[in-house]
Design a protein around this ligand. Structure first.
Ligand code: G3H
Ligand code: 13P
Ligand code: ZN
Length: 316
């Protein structure tokens, strides 16, 4: 059942977070829905501009539709990840998505407000909801000055003003995470103090954590043992920190990189161990199962494992 992220956030706030997973191919679509079904949890299916370009707008949408038909009990939102204005309007007009993210965080504050407000007006008119972003996503080194840190992390008062001016439905905040496999160097992590300050000025308002892959050391080791050359010092977000972020208003946690690592590990190990093989359906089958297990694992860490019956009852 397709729902909006807003409906999911209302039920989740303060209790658990909903996993938002980026997908790019059919194996991921099947693995994601299979995992959600197994975990009995709602999910957010995320489509980036890169994904739409890679596999085609129509193809990615039909794959999601097909996966939803294969796993009819799953409750999900379909969401544009890091959209620009053009992509958001295209998604809003298509009738396929239930929510969009407008990412104008690279613009000065007033311009970010103006762009986000335009998208919110168009989305709300058609029953879609909007995630926006404020702050600069990026690892915050331990030894940088307070002023430098402030320039990167989302400013609480600006966040309050931004939500008031734009009418957005959720906000991606910069609290020390960054995208990709190489996030943290040295010892640093999530800035819970900043998250708490943001929640204080936006009580009950859904916050979103991007760049939330954990980049498991074991996964990197296995990829490298099977011929990969990833930086072995790669570190991500400690999965156990999700439980600390949830009471502070985080209702959506974005994960892409860790899923790519599962794909890379499965395929590298398969072809290392079976060098004469060329039937890609064999590693594809392993991947779909492993990706489903990976989704179940993340959902457990996010605290949303087993909530599906309650969500279904509340949305009836
Ligand atoms: O935040 C970015 C997501 O991981 C999507 O990545 O633009 O390469 O599809 P992508
Ligand atoms: P990761 O690169 O940490 O998986 O972050 C994904 C993300 O934020 C997608 O918007
Ligand atoms: Zn992101």
């Amino acid at each position: 059942m397709l729902v909006t992220t807003k409906e999911l956030f209302k039920l989740a706030y303060g209790k658990y977070a909903i996993g938002a997973f980026n997908i790019n191919n059919a194996e991921q679509a099947i693995g994601l829905f299979r995992g959600a079904q197994k975990a009995q949890a709602p999910i957010i299916v995320q489509i980036s501009r890169g994904s739409r370009k890679y596999i085609g707008v129509s193809m990615i949408q039909h794959m999601i539709q097909a996966a939803a038909e294969m796993y009819p009990d799953v409750i999900f939102a379909v969401h544009i990840d890091h959209g620009d204005e053009e992509t958001c309007y295209d998604a809003i007009d298509s009738g396929f998505y239930s929510s969009v993210m407008i990412d104008a965080s690279h613009e000065p504050f007033d311009e970010n407000v103006a762009i986000t407000k335009r998208v919110v007006e168009k989305a709300h008119a058609k029953g879609l909801v909007v995630e926006a972003e404020l702050g600069k996503l990026g690892g915050v080194e331990e030894d940088i000055s307070v002023a430098e840190k402030d320039a990167l992390l989302t400013d609480p008062e600006e966040a309050r003003l931004f939500v008031e001016k734009t009418g957005c439905d959720s906000l991606a905040v910069a609290i020390g995470t960054s995208h990709g496999a190489y996030k943290f160097s040295g010892t640093q992590g999530l800035h819970f103090d900043r998250l708490a300050e943001i929640q204080e000025v936006l009580p009950g308002f859904p916050l979103v954590m991007h760049g939330s892959s954990s980049v498991p050391e074991e996964e990197i080791k296995r990829i490298n043992a099977a011929g990969g050359a990833m930086d072995p010092s790669a570190r991500g977000v400690d999965e156990d920190e999700f439980a600390r972020a949830v009471p502070l208003g985080v209702t959506k946690v974005n994960i892409d990189t860790d899923g790519r690592l599962v794909w890379t590990r499965v395929h590298r190990e398969f072809f290392r161990d079976e060098p004469a093989q060329f039937d890609f359906r064999k590693p594809g089958t392993i991947f779909m199962n492993e990706y489903a297990d990976f989704i179940v694992h993340k959902i457990k860490k996010l605290g949303s494992y087993g909530v599906l019956p309650d969500v279904a009852a509340a949305l009836k």
